[in-house]
Write a new protein. Structure first.
Lengths: 489, 288
């Protein structure tokens, strides 16, 4: 078994190296240092600040400090600008005003409807023909839904987000805890396959001191504050739900959507006090500091636990596919691939600079370079290529359980479900989030919250233009069908 | 003479340029935008005239009315406490005693920090797990479990943060007013044997009302346009629990990129504020 695993790893490494070699031989993606082809070209990169900025500029870790390497290889001069949250207003202000200050923008793919659909980005198809980017190595869901609009490629991935289920393996295998759970719920304690099991387990672990530190512990924690709609969406998607029908009528207030919201509320009630004001990093820390038995959150937990800095150690963490619902006799499990990040070129970039800009983002998205930053717990970036998840031996923070993490990451990505990629996404999501938050705080019923959202969504659709959105949504449906996400009612 | 005229124009022109470019032009352009529809997220799109469509939409926008209600709660709630607190502290400090200067400086410190900084500080204070406020409440046994301020009481949290920051402003204006009051009525009252309460009620309050009125108007305008604290503390959430009309205008303009609608909302807000301030000043004048 061990020999087989090593062999798979060696084959994966060999594949990557041969891809690299082919790439170098057949294209000019990697130029010898004495012929930087873009000397004299100055480009400005806009990226969100904090740990997502580190792959560009890192003063403390030379391995992650890519800007000097890019400048040396390509001859460009890169100015990197880090902005706090609310990157989208900064990007739009730059584009709409015509200032064109930023050439390369690193943004969240949910804004594709506005940026790609609005015609603000440079198509990359011709550049990709000239300089291969190992396109098929990128997971299909990121390829099609993060990077494309219609049949054109407008971006390359930078961060592949997907929700994953993490649980405390040590607690789940404790005989006393297992016996107590079976006595209460009548089935064996195991990583939950359905949201009913997830809620049972969350309730079971809530309110008692299972880690014997004198303070009560909790069942689970999810990111309610910053991305409050995401945990609902991952549940809703697992009921076979879709945002709209072919005529852009919202389809979220179905019995499945209502059940998803009710189940989400149970999970929030099994979280530590104040969890509704926890952002993503606080969610990670709550789990890694041993406060909760489970968490449904981003892939960052894998690299973070690998640093060994936290109370919870790698051997205590189990990684699994998110739970789901049984629909028409079939178990559907869908993991929200929301947020993420992509790199694109602003249409306001002068034509003579665009190829250089493409070479920069191609470098950052290339298999070897991107593996360096997605495998490092210091950055906020997560894997978006199959080669990332198939080469545990090349990861920065290695630990014995890394392979289990990477297998779970691949599985969740293959069960991925996207955001709304339409014009006006910010408006749709803000409305959905406000109604979900109101319900979670005890205002009204789940059905009322979703009905109110549907009413508001119809207003947004009329404002933006139903026919325009129908065309965009029709393209999304094609991709959903191609990825096996669209379920006919 | 001609030369003198030219020189005086040279002094005035920069101010006119600034006034036009930063106040008059944006105001007029916003007014124009409020009568248009503009798909700003589409490359090359231009605004097109739709008449009063945006204004009509406001009257069917439930979120606008809920936000207006929340804005009123913030304004009235914060204003009442800030006025009482500021006025009370001003009365206490309006006398000579040792350490008065240091105490005054300490009271004025919150006014020196920016709104964003105040929001950051209070975000830490209100933290349910680590915040000092909950720690103090726990020590005094005032609550059985930690209070999740920013989730369960988001609007109150914003009001508390604002009271901390701006009560000293009312105190400052009131103190300046108290020191400018004539001494004759006080001397006469003391000769007549009036009590402290009678002096406060029949002399100080009537004389200080116009000055307090100005402070109240200034603060209410600031409260209506409060943004930094809400952004740092709650971002209008959870849901819309702490969303005020100004935050909603920000969302429409810079999150949803619906600038024409945001412009229309701004003008409706301007009309409401102008009405109330005019009415308020009339009330004060009638009382005088």
């Amino acid at each position: 078994m061990k020999k087989g695993k090593h062999l798979a790893g060696i084959i994966s490494i060999a594949m990557i190296l041969s891809c690299l070699a082919t790439g170098i031989a057949s294209s000019q993606s990697y130029v010898p240092p004495d012929e930087p082809p873009y000397k004299g070209i100055e480009l400005t990169v806009l990226c969100d600040s904090g740990h997502n900025f580190i792959p560009w500029v890192s003063k403390t870790d030379p391995e992650l400090n890519n800007v000097p390497r890019i400048e040396h290889l390509l001859g460009v001069k890169l100015n990197c600008v880090a902005k706090s949250p609310d990157l989208f207003p900064t990007i739009m202000a730059d584009l709409v005003s015509g200032a064109g200050h930023y050439n390369i923008i690193v943004y969240f793919p949910p804004h594709n409807g506005d940026l790609m659909g609005g015609g603000w980005l440079v198509p990359l198809n011709d550049y990709i023909k000239k300089y291969p980017v190992f396109w098929s190595d990128i997971y299909p869901i990121y390829r099609h839904l993060y990077c494309m609009w219609g049949d054109k490629i407008y971006a390359l991935p930078y961060d592949g987000d997907v929700l994953m289920l993490y649980y405390r393996k040590d607690l789940f295998s404790d005989p006393k805890i297992r016996s107590k759970f079976k006595e209460k719920y009548g089935y064996d304690l195991a990583p939950p396959k359905t949201y009913k099991e997830y809620n049972d387990i969350a309730r079971f672990f809530t309110g008692w001191d299972w880690d014997h530190d004198g303070k009560p512990n909790y069942g689970t924690i999810e990111d309610v504050k910053d991305l409050g709609y995401g945990p609902w969406l991952t549940r809703f998607a697992s009921t076979g739900g879709v945002f709209f029908d072919e005529n852009m009528n919202p389809r979220i207030n179905t019995p499945g959507g209502v059940q998803a919201l009710k189940d989400y509320k149970v999970a929030v009630e099994c979280a530590p006090p104040g969890a509704m004001q926890f952002g993503a990093t606080q969610v990670f820390k709550s789990f890694l500091d041993g406060l909760t038995a489970m968490t449904l959150t981003w892939p960052d937990i894998g690299p973070w636990v690998g640093t060994g800095k936290y109370k919870v150690k790698p051997h205590q963490v189990g990684f699994a596919l998110v739970p789901g619902y049984v629909v028409k006799g079939k178990l559907i499990r869908r993991a929200w691939t929301g947020v993420g990040r992509v790199m694109a070129i602003s249409k306001l970039t002068p034509p003579e600079k665009r190829e250089a800009a493409f070479r920069v983002i191609a470098y950052m998205a290339s298999p070897a370079v991107s593996l360096r930053y997605v495998s490092n717990g210091k950055t906020g970036e997560d894997s978006f290529r199959r080669s990332h998840d198939m080469t545990p031996a090349l990861w920065h923070d290695r630990y014995p359980e890394l392979e289990d993490y990477l297998k779970a990451k691949m599985l969740n990505t293959e069960h991925g479900y996207p955001d709304i990629y339409l014009t006006g996404e910010a408006d749709y999501i803000n409305t959905l989030t406000t109604h979900i938050h109101d319900y979670l705080r005890g205002k009204g019923t789940a059905k009322e919250a979703l009905d109110a959202t549907v009413e508001d969504w119809n207003r947004i659709t009329e404002r933006i233009g139903r026919e325009k959105l129908k065309k965009q949504w029709a393209e999304e449906i094609k991709l959903f069908k191609r990825l096996g996400i669209w379920i006919e009612e | 003479m001609e030369k003198k005229k030219l020189i005086s124009w040279l002094y005035v022109i920069p101010v006119i340029v600034i006034l036009i470019s930063l106040i008059i032009f944006p105001l007029l352009y916003s007014l124009y935008l409020s009568f248009t529809q503009w798909d700003m997220t589409s490359f090359g799109a231009k605004p097109h005239f739709i008449g009063i469509g945006n204004f009509a939409q406001i009257f069917t926008d439930r979120r606008f009315f809920y936000d207006l209600g929340r804005t009123a709660v913030v304004v009235i709630g914060a204003l009442i406490v800030e006025t009482l607190l500021g006025f009370g502290v001003a009365l206490l400090l309006n006398r000579k005693f040792k350490g008065r200067g240091i105490l005054l400086a300490a009271f004025l410190m919150p006014v020196m920090v920016s709104e964003v900084t105040a929001g950051l500080i209070w975000g830490l204070i209100f933290d349910a797990t680590f915040g000092p406020l909950n720690q103090i409440i726990a020590i005094l046994h005032l609550a059985k479990k930690p209070i999740v301020w920013l989730v369960d009481h988001p609007l109150l949290s914003v009001i508390i943060a604002d009271i901390w920051q701006w009560s000293p402003f009312i105190m400052l204006i009131t103190m300046a007013g108290l020191q400018a009051l004539p001494s004759t009525p006080y001397e006469a009252a003391m000769l007549d044997g009036a009590s402290g309460w009678q002096i406060l009620k029949f002399i100080t309050l009537p004389l200080i009302t116009p000055i307090l009125g100005v402070a109240v108007v200034l603060r209410s305008m600031d409260l209506i346009k409060m943004f930094g604290k809400i952004y740092m503390l709650t971002k209008g959430g959870p849901g819309t629990a702490s969303e005020t009309i100004t935050y909603y205008i920000y969302l429409q303009a810079f999150s949803f990129w619906n600038l024409p609608y945001a412009a229309a909302l701004s003008f409706i807000l301007l009309a409401i504020v102008t009405f109330f301030i005019t009415y308020f000043f009339k009330m004060i004048t009638v009382e005088e």
